[in-house]
Design a protein around this ligand. Structure first.
Ligand code: NDP
Length: 296
C-alpha cells in the first residue's frame, strides 16, 4: 500500500479493528491528520459511520488486515481480540493492541503475535474518547513491547494522544495503566465517602466539590514522598504526619461517619492496614509501610 499525501504531508496507512466509542475517536483523529484508514467493525454500521470521514470500510477483519502493515486493535477485551483475529494472516504485520487488559494478557498476546510472525506493541489508553485528537486535553497512551515498532510508528501513534513508551516487556503498558486506574478508584472511594458525609446537610455537593478537588490535588503530591521512601528503604525520612498520630486521628473519622450514619466500608480496610503497621512498631514512620503489607 502506498503513502498518501494530504496537504503535502505523508500519511502512514492505518488499519483499525474496532469502531466503538474509542476506536471511532482514534479513527477520526488519524483521518483528520491525513492518514489513510481502513476500518473493520463486527457491527458494520459502526464502521460505516467512519466512511463519511474518508475511511475505507472492510467487511472482514482479514480484509482490513490485508490492507496495511500497521494494524491497531481497539476492541472490547482480550477475548474479542482472540475471536476477531482467529485465522487471520498476521505475518509481517505490526500489531498495536490498545485493548485494556492485564500485564499477563499482554505478555501472552505478545507471544501469540510472535508465533504468528508479527511485531507487537501493547497500549494502555489514559484518555476518554473526547480527549482523543485534542492535544490540549493531555491524554496519552502507555506503550510497551517492540521498541523497533514503536520507533518506526511513533509519529502516527502520537496523532490521537501522546505516546509514552515504558519498556520492552509487553506487560508494562498494562501495568502502568492499571496502577493509575487502581489509584483512581481509591480516590473515587474517598470522594464517595465525603459526599455521603454531607448528604442531607446544608452543605451542598456543589459546595463540597471544589474543596475536594483542591484538597486531593494538594495531597496527591505525597506520592513523590512515598516513592522516595520506598526507594531509600527509610520510611522515617521527611515524615510530615506520623503513623501513630494518624491511627489515633482515624477515630475521629470513624466516629463522624457513625454520627452522620454513613458506612465505613470504604475507609475501614485502609485503616486496618495502618493499625497493623503500627502494631509492628512503626509509629514514627509515614504511611509508606502499608505498601509492604499489601504485597503477597
Ligand atoms: P465500546 O463498547 O464502545 O466498543 C467495543 C468494541 O469492541 C466494538 O467495536 C465492538 O463491536 C467490539 N467487540 C466487542 N466484542 C467483540 C467480539 N467478540 N468480536 C469482535 N468485536 C467485538 O468500547 P470502547 O471503544 O470504549 O473501548 C474499546 C477499548 O478501549 C476497551 O478495551 C476499553 O477498555 C478501551 N478504553 C476505552 C476508554 C473509554 O473511555 N471508552 C478509555 C480507555 C480505554 P460491535 O460494535 O460489533 O459491538
Amino acid at each position: 500500500m502506498g503513502e498518501n499525501r494530504v496537504d503535502g504531508v505523508m500519511g502512514t496507512p492505518v488499519v483499525l479493528l474496532g469502531a466503538g466509542a474509542m476506536g471511532a475517536a482514534l479513527g477520526r483523529a488519524w483521518l483528520a491528520a491525513g492518514h489513510p484508514l481502513t476500518v473493520w467493525n463486527r457491527t458494520a454500521a459502526r464502521a460505516a459511520a467512519l466512511a463519511g470521514a474518508g475511511a475505507e470500510v472492510a467487511s472482514t477483519a482479514a480484509g482490513a488486515v490485508a490492507a496495511g502493515r500497521l494494524v491497531v486493535v481497539c476492541l472490547l477485551d482480550d477475548e474479542s481480540v482472540e475471536q476477531a483475529l482467529a485465522g487471520v494472516e498476521l505475518t509481517g504485520k505490526d500489531v498495536v493492541n490498545l485493548v485494556t487488559g492485564t500485564p499477563g494478557q499482554a505478555r501472552a498476546r505478545a507471544a501469540w503475535a510472535a508465533r504468528r510472525g508479527a511485531r507487537y506493541l501493547d497500549g494502555g489508553i489514559m484518555a476518554v474518547p473526547p480527549m482523543i485528537g485534542v492535544p490540549a486535553a493531555g491524554g496519552y497512551v502507555f506503550y510497551s513491547g517492540s521498541a523497533e515498532l514503536f520507533e518506526e510508528h511513533r509519529e502516527v501513534l502520537s496523532v490521537p494522544a501522546g505516546a509514552r513508551y515504558v519498556g520492552a516487556d509487553a506487560g508494562y503498558a498494562a501495568l502502568h495503566d492499571v496502577a493509575l486506574l487502581s489509584a483512581m478508584y481509591g480516590m473515587f472511594g474517598g470522594i464517595a465517602h465525603a459526599f455521603a458525609l454531607v448528604r442531607g446537610e446544608a452543605v451542598t455537593p456543589g459546595e463540597l466539590a471544589p474543596l475536594l478537588v483542591d484538597w486531593l490535588t494538594a495531597m496527591a503530591g505525597s506520592a513523590g514522598r512515598t516513592a522516595g521512601q520506598l526507594e531509600s528503604g527509610d520510611y522515617t525520612t521527611g515524615v510530615v504526619s506520623n503513623l501513630a498520630m494518624q491511627v489515633a486521628g482515624k477515630e475521629t473519622l470513624l466516629r463522624t461517619a457513625e454520627e452522620q450514619r454513613v458506612s465505613v466500608e470504604l475507609l475501614s480496610p485502609y485503616f486496618r492496614l495502618m493499625e497493623h503497621r503500627l502494631a509492628l512498631g512503626s509509629g514514627a514512620e509515614d504511611l509508606t509501610g502499608v505498601v509492604d503489607l499489601l504485597r503477597r
